[in-house]
Ligand binder design. Structure first.
Ligand code: SAH
Length: 234
């Protein structure tokens, strides 16, 4: 069985009880049988080979046959602070960020932002992270923070920090290549205000452009994610 199953709490014993959603998936959708071996992951870097020992409609239990730390993380730690788009585009953004190996997504509160990162929305996005990790075989969950202001994001910024802006300076590879940790800040459809851009520049962010076209929020985020994560790190 090639599917992967999420184990919310790292197992403390040799036995694993899958939660209700994963159990239902195993029992109903996959029609798993006792003796089948499935792959589980705990979202913290460990992958498990689990032999199923009991199948209930809402409770599937298995025995851990082996476990290993398997890292499929990107070579640079990328934090994307993004003024989230609305509706389905949020979920799509999260899925692609997980696939590309983004370490952390911070819903950014901006002057012209449209989507409010309320608790329920954040929970939905965290669920989407798990689904994407199952599919792309990532063993460590991408973190999704609570909403933060630009000020908060800037206060914790690493040396290599970029605010993406259509009228910024051309982005050069050289400013990304040596960095182990990168922050990229992406604005809402209405763009950043002049004050927001000035604030980021004052804090030492590079104000950079990805070319002369206006990109959607998610396109800008994924273009940056690709640049930062695909090329081997220092
Ligand atoms: N009318 C807005 C466009 C916003 S597009 C403006 O002129 O700023 C939404 C966000 O995507 C922007 O705030 C920026 O962070 C990013 N973005 C879009 N196109 C970009 C480009 N060509 N270069 C860098 N960032 C871009």
């Amino acid at each position: 069985m090639s599917e992967r199953f999420f184990i919310e709490h790292p197992p403390t014993a040799a036995e694993v009880t899958f939660d209700e959603a994963e159990s239902q998936h195993l029992a109903k959708v996959m029609r798993a049988n006792v003796g089948d071996v499935v792959v589980g992951f705990d979202g913290r870097g460990t992958e498990y080979q689990i032999e199923l020992t009991s199948i209930g409609k809402k409770k599937v239990i298995g025995a851990i046959r082996s476990q290993a730390e398997v890292s499929r993380e990107a070579s640079r730690q990328l934090t994307l602070a993004v003024a989230l788009p609305k509706g389905d585009r949020q979920r799509w953004l999260v899925e692609k960020c997980v696939e590309l190996g983004v370490a952390r997504l911070v819903p950014l509160l901006t002057k012209r932002g449209v989507a409010q990162p309320v608790e329920k929305a954040i929970e939905r996005l965290r669920r989407a992270v798990i689904e994407a990790c199952k599919q792309c075989e990532r063993n460590r969950l991408m973190k999704v923070d609570q909403g933060q202001s630009l000020e908060e994001v800037l206060a914790a910024r690493p040396a290599a920090s970029f605010l993406m802006h259509p009228s910024g300076e051309t982005l050069h590879h050289d400013s990304i290549l040596p960095a182990k940790e990168v922050l990229a800040i992406i604005g809402p459809e209405g763009g950043f205000t002049d004050e927001e851009v000035a604030e980021a520049a004052e804090h030492g962010c590079q104000i950079v452009s990805l070319g002369p076209r206006i990109l959607r929020v998610e396109t800008a985020a994924l273009a940056m994610a690709t640049l930062v994560t695909a090329v081997p790190g220092p």
